[in-house]
Design a protein around this ligand. Structure first.
Ligand code: BG6
Ligand code: MG
Length: 214
């Protein structure tokens, strides 16, 4: 497949870098404290899902009914643990494959931006040395509706001034692929439950496979 597009919008977690293990560790501390069973399979369901929606998935295993205030405190507690873990990230967590591919796409003239549900996006980009790299960043702090709603990708496209039908989205979550399609964009699946989810336009073999389709 050969695409003639103007911009590439990247999901962050699971595409540019791998934060799943930190999300897992942080949620696990909270779940253990609350006496709720939580494992890596349940953690997989949190991919691309907002922070509060992730907590709701974890609470499916709890017999307790919590108030909105308690739930807000739980998500804050998890985020504090998660942010501590993110401090361990450094430019060494950005692979040469991702770095080289991004540089080559820029050389080819593509606008490059981020569309992530995470409210920690800018912190993570700073940790891995990409704080100033992208033409625009749209993240969890810009939106009211999480993926599969297209809001974050439409915001990202708007920030770079490119029409949605000229944008390609790279995603590792099925919800993200659905969001890209709902926004009228081309959806490329990489890893995760995005692969072969039935909504993708193309399954990427690897991150640098982007250079074969763009
Ligand atoms: C997504 C992750 O990128 O961001 C989800 O895939 C996470 O697992 C979501 O829940 C929200 O992240 P944060 O950093 O705002 O808690
Ligand atoms: Mg992701």
């Amino acid at each position: 497949m050969q695409l003639k597009k103007k911009a590439v919008i990247f999901d962050l977690d699971g595409v540019i870098c791998f934060t799943d293990k930190f999300h897992y560790q942080a949620w696990k501390v909270l779940a253990d404290r609350l006496g709720i069973y939580f494992d890596e399979t349940i953690n997989n369901r949190l991919r691309g899902v907002s922070r509060m929606a992730s907590l709701e998935i974890i609470l499916e295993r709890s017999a307790m009914k919590y108030t909105q205030e308690e739930k807000a405190a739980f998500t804050e507690e998890k985020n504090d643990i998660y942010r501590e873990l993110l401090k361990k990230m450094s430019p060494a967590d950005l692979t040469d494959e991702v770095k080289d591919t991004l540089n080559e796409l820029r050389r080819r003239g593509y606008k490059l931006s981020i569309g992530s549900s995470s409210k920690n996006t800018k912190f993570i980009l700073g940790q891995i040395g990409l704080g100033d790299f992208f033409d625009a960043v749209a993240d969890g702090t810009d939106i009211v509706r999480s993926k599969p709603d297209p809001e974050v990708f439409l915001k990202s496209a708007e920030k770079i001034g490119i029409a949605p039908d000229q944008c390609v989205v790279v995603e590792d979550a099925k919800a993200g692929i659905q969001a890209a399609k709902a926004g009228g964009m081309t959806a490329l699946a990489l890893f995760g439950d995005a692969r072969d989810c039935g909504f993708e336009d193309y399954n990427l073999r690897s991150f640098d496979d982007l250079l074969n389709v763009l």
